[in-house]
Design a protein around this ligand. Structure first.
Ligand SMILES: Nc1ncnc2c1ncn2[C@@H]1O[C@H](COP(=O)(O)OP(=O)(O)OP(=O)(O)O)[C@@H](O)[C@H]1O
Length: 907
């Protein structure tokens, strides 16, 4: 391939020097996609968040971590309504179409409000701490939920715990809670600690870790107290104090008795009694009681509550009441671990994840089979595993039958959500019923538009009468927005002013990994202690920062970049104020970032041409025998079809779960095996071993090593790839061979070869295009909300944060309600006089490279793709040059120029 570079003539451009952003009036609002039929989409994989832990520059006495005495309940003054000016003045240049200026500031919080909560980040990061999940073989098992040994004695202190969040509550002022009332779930964990470790002498594996977590937590707290490295003096140290308090039995109730009462009558009174017994809470929050009652009545339920509103409790209570297992499906291992840790002590939990070793997984499964796990967290990918499913296809009399399936982050089921995951498509009600024999499904999310809700509920067969939906945003979050031409400076200014200055826990969301490092360095240079947190970091470092960041205590959320959708915005601000206390969320946005994101929304898109090539390859194998396993090496195929791996998986999943089943997807495997023989000669071994004989037949010999494809060899001897892998493992154990596996691949069996490739190609392409348009629309809706919030404020005399909060809350609620009248701006240019001429020059200077219109449009928009990576193509003069022109307009221009070009060159 001849790659473009500035030296090959591609610098000759028709374009004049780059200009600032085009001055265009707002375009009429585009309509969201209308043909929402089936379930699936592509997902952008590169969303990056950072967490900056911030500290005031001057080290005050509060920065020192010392053993802290048991906190006295401190009466927090009510927070005044922040109606003052922003600490900075941002005015949009007059030539821009949406004049913005918010010259207001947030009123200062009462002095000392945050002062007792200061922590030093450098201490948090002490290398002596190790918070990685680890195996603690000596840990004893906790009592079973309905055992007589522990439950009766499961006690909670009679403390009143906060119950602040009400979906229907009016706007702030929000009362601040007393310090002694926060972080309560951890206290409960500590209450449970002692009982759990003395209950039974059983060993537990590391992933069934209620007990393990407590042990770890206790060790952690101890070591942190020893080293003075607490994240939050108030938080953890007070937990230690509370532990000893809780050990003294006070007014407590037997959980077992409360469970029995609910089993005999699912009344509000009995459920509140159980709530109190397990969690110590006096009242259910909005939506909780309704959801729990519905589930206990055996009705599949759709639950939409804001982030941090207490959705977990809605499955935890049914889990203790229902006789069988509660299976919770979660999209991320980190989320599963987090939820497992947060289970109250009397609920025995476990998890199965791909990051576990086989022994750990086997141990968890053993516990599942004997019925000692009450809540099991699994990833949706687990549903590809036949062995896993077979465990649950048992009659309801066995201890491991499933009573309830919880689909957490249920928006991932829908391709019209901001975060669709193809593996979630597998969670259709029909499969859950057929394979798990389960009747009741609980789907939970914090962010779903009406369209998303419809697709979730139809996939999971949840009746429209069983929808429980509350406000999407908690009313303890104050929302503000500003347009900024220098975000770094403006953010610094914001952080150095009240109330941001006083907040010790601040999250700053960025869009790009590199941005997180640059900004954290900038803040550190300006005496604000900050750390970046992103997917490029070691998991160990990430989890350390995450644990210590103490999510419940976050008071400020700053968006340094525009989120891609209102769903993403709502999810991210939801990290703040999870303890119910007032938190501030400020969004900086700018047009340059908007254009960049707008381009990125097209990075998953594919064309008919690529879909057709993909289908031909998928069904290319000899299909005479449908029991054969086919494979598609992810990296190779991704480059070949210029398609992201996630998009290929989306297509494969659709081919399995769409209207017609064309294939059956199997778990992914490393399919290329490189093998060496050691003891016996290959020929001799082949005489006694049919697998070895097949390997010799199907291998290529490279530098004396046998290289073969696992499914090909397995097919040739009529065994499953997994069985062949086990056989190789045995030969290795005997010292006969050594081998290495590589090339992760999608594996599948063909069920039916499509009779009409063209119509199937067309159908799939149209579907993917709808998804692409939907993403673009979501970004435009987010951008427009920010612009309008600023405009609204500008038009209002003496604008304040409360007004922006109200505007954004209304806008968010209109968006999620699926209001068709939602005004959405489209700032994109539709043409440029130089576009065609530039494409022509580009094609001439890369005449020996094959392009599709989409590939050219991506380069002109500065987006890399598997076949045209940015590492190579960003060198071209045209890279990102037309970012302000609508992607489709660039594609159309590219198509026209390609036709000209090919026409001219055609013989
Ligand atoms: N009835 C209640 N009274 C007081 N606190 C509660 C109540 N229900 C839940 N909480 C607390 O609220 C906090 C948030 O709950 P939870 O983590 O379940 O929220 P969530 O809705 O699942 O959030 P997310 O969407 O981010 O996962 C927890 O600390 C939990 O203990």
């Amino acid at each position: 391939m001849d790659y473009d570079s500035d030296s090959d003539g591609s610098h000759i451009s028709a374009t004049p020097p780059r200009d600032p952003l085009p001055r265009r009036p707002p375009q009429p609002p585009p309509k969201p996609p209308t043909s929402y039929k089936s379930t699936a989409s592509t997902k952008r994989s590169s969303h990056l968040d950072i967490i900056f832990k911030l500290k005031k520059p001057s080290s005050s006495k509060h920065d020192k971590i010392e053993p802290v005495p048991e906190p006295e309940p401190i009466q927090q003054p009510d927070l005044p309504s922040p109606v003052g000016n922003f600490p900075f003045q941002i005015r949009r240049p007059s030539d821009q179409p949406h004049p913005i200026s918010i010259g207001r500031s947030l009123e200062t919080l009462p002095a000392g409000f945050f002062s007792t909560r200061r922590a030093s980040f450098s201490k948090i990061c002490k290398p002596s701490l190790n918070f990685e999940p680890e195996t603690s073989p000596e840990i004893t098992a906790e009592p079973k939920i309905n055992g007589s040994d522990g439950l009766g004695s499961t006690k909670t202190c009679n403390k009143k715990l906060p119950n602040l969040i009400r979906g229907d509550a009016p706007l702030p002022p929000v009362k601040l809670q007393k310090r002694s009332e926060e972080g309560n779930f951890v206290r409960l964990n500590f209450n449970g600690y002692k009982r759990k470790f003395t209950a039974k002498g059983k060993k537990m594996n590391s992933y069934s870790y209620k007990s393990k977590y407590f042990k770890r937590s206790k060790r952690r707290v101890k070591s942190e107290v020893d080293t003075g490295s607490l994240c939050d003096e108030e938080g953890l140290v007070s937990e230690i104090k509370l532990q000893s308090k809780a050990e003294k039995p006070s007014r407590c109730e037997s959980v077992e008795a409360a469970i029995s009462a609910v089993r005999s009558a699912v009344s509000e009174e009995n459920l509140v009694r159980l709530l109190k017994a397990i969690y110590g809470y006096d009242l259910f929050r909005d939506g909780q009681l309704e959801a729990i009652k519905m589930i206990l009545a055996g009705k599949s339920t759709m639950l939409v509550l804001p982030t941090g509103a207490g959705k977990s409790l809605c499955y935890q209570i049914p889990a203790v009441v229902l006789p069988g297992i509660t299976l919770v499906v979660s999209p991320l291992v980190a989320l599963m671990i987090d939820q497992l840790k947060q289970l109250p002590p009397m609920i025995q939990g476990g998890l199965l994840s791909s990051s576990q070793g086989p022994e750990e997984a086997a141990e968890t499964l053993r516990m599942v089979q004997e019925g000692s796990i009450k809540v099991l967290f699994v990833s949706p990918e687990r549903f590809l595993n036949a062995d896993f499913l077979s465990i649950f296809s048992t009659p309801n009399s066995t201890p491991n039958f499933v009573s309830l399936v919880v689909v957490d982050e249920a928006h991932c089921v829908s391709e019209w959500s901001h975060n669709f995951r193809p593996s979630y498509m597998r969670l259709g009600a029909s499969l859950l019923r057929a394979k798990l024999n389960v009747e009741c499904i609980l789907a939970m999310t914090a962010t779903a538009t009406t369209t998303t809700l419809q697709s979730i509920m139809s996939a999971l067969e949840i009746s429209s009468t069983n929808l429980i939906q509350k406000a999407q945003v908690r009313d303890n979050l104050w929302l503000s927005v500003s347009l900024s031409s220098n975000r770094m400076k403006d953010m610094l200014k914001l952080m150095k002013s009240s109330p941001f200055l006083e907040a010790q826990s601040i999250i700053v969301y960025c869009k790009f990994q590199s941005e997180t490092d640059v900004i954290s360095r900038y803040l550190c240079d300006n005496n604000i202690s900050a750390k970046s947190y992103h997917s490029g970091m070691l998991a160990r470092d990430r989890s350390r920062i995450q644990e210590l960041f103490c999510a419940n205590k976050i008071r400020v959320v700053i968006h340094y970049s525009l989120p891609e959708s209102l769903e993403e915005y709502v999810q991210e601000i939801g990290r703040g104020g999870r303890d119910g206390r007032l938190s501030y969320c400020h969004l900086f946005f700018d047009d340059v970032t908007y254009y960049k994101l707008r381009s990125l929304m097209h990075s998953d898109g594919v064309d008919e041409f690529a879909v057709n090539k993909f289908l031909c390859q998928v069904f290319a194998d000899d299909t005479s025998s449908h029991s054969k396993v086919c494979s598609l090496v992810k990296e190779l195929a991704s480059r070949k079809f210029d398609m992201k791996e996630e998009v290929m998986l989306t297509l494969l999943t659709h081919l399995e779960l769409g209207e017609t089943q064309y294939l059956h997807l199997l778990p992914q495997l490393n399919v290329t095996c490189t093998l060496n023989f050691h003891k016996t000669s290959p020929m001799l071994l082949a005489d006694k071993d049919t697998a070895v004989a097949a390997i010799l037949k199907k291998s290529e010999i490279k530098q004396g090593q046998y290289v073969f494809n696992i499914p090909t060899v397995a097919n040739s001897i009529g065994v499953a790839p997994g069985d062949l892998s086990n056989h190789l493992q045995n030969l290795k154990a005997k010292g006969e061979i050594t081998y290495e596996l590589k090339d992760p691949a999608y594996c599948y069996k063909i069920v039916k070869v499509p009779s009409d490739f063209c119509s199937l190609t067309e159908l799939l392409t149209r579907w993917l295009l709808d998804i692409e348009n939907c993403k673009v629309w979501k970004l435009d809706a987010m951008y427009s909300s920010a612009v309008f919030a600023v405009d609204t404020c500008e038009k209002t005399h003496d604008c304040n944060v409360a007004q922006q909060t109200t505007y954004l809350q209304e806008r968010i609620s209109d968006y999620f309600r699926g209001d068709n009248n939602l005004d959405v701006l489209d700032k994109m240019g539709q043409n440029s006089p130089f576009l065609r001429a530039d494409i022509k020059v580009f094609l001439q200077s890369n005449s020996n490279v094959k392009f599709t219109p989409r590939a050219i449009a991506r380069i002109m928009h500065g987006i890399g793709s598997p076949a045209y990576p940015s590492s190579i193509w960003s060198r071209t003069h045209f890279w990102g040059r037309y970012i302000q022109i609508d992607f489709k307009a660039v594609m159309n221009a590219a198509k026209a120029e390609l036709m000209n070009f090919v026409g001219k060159d055609a013989p």
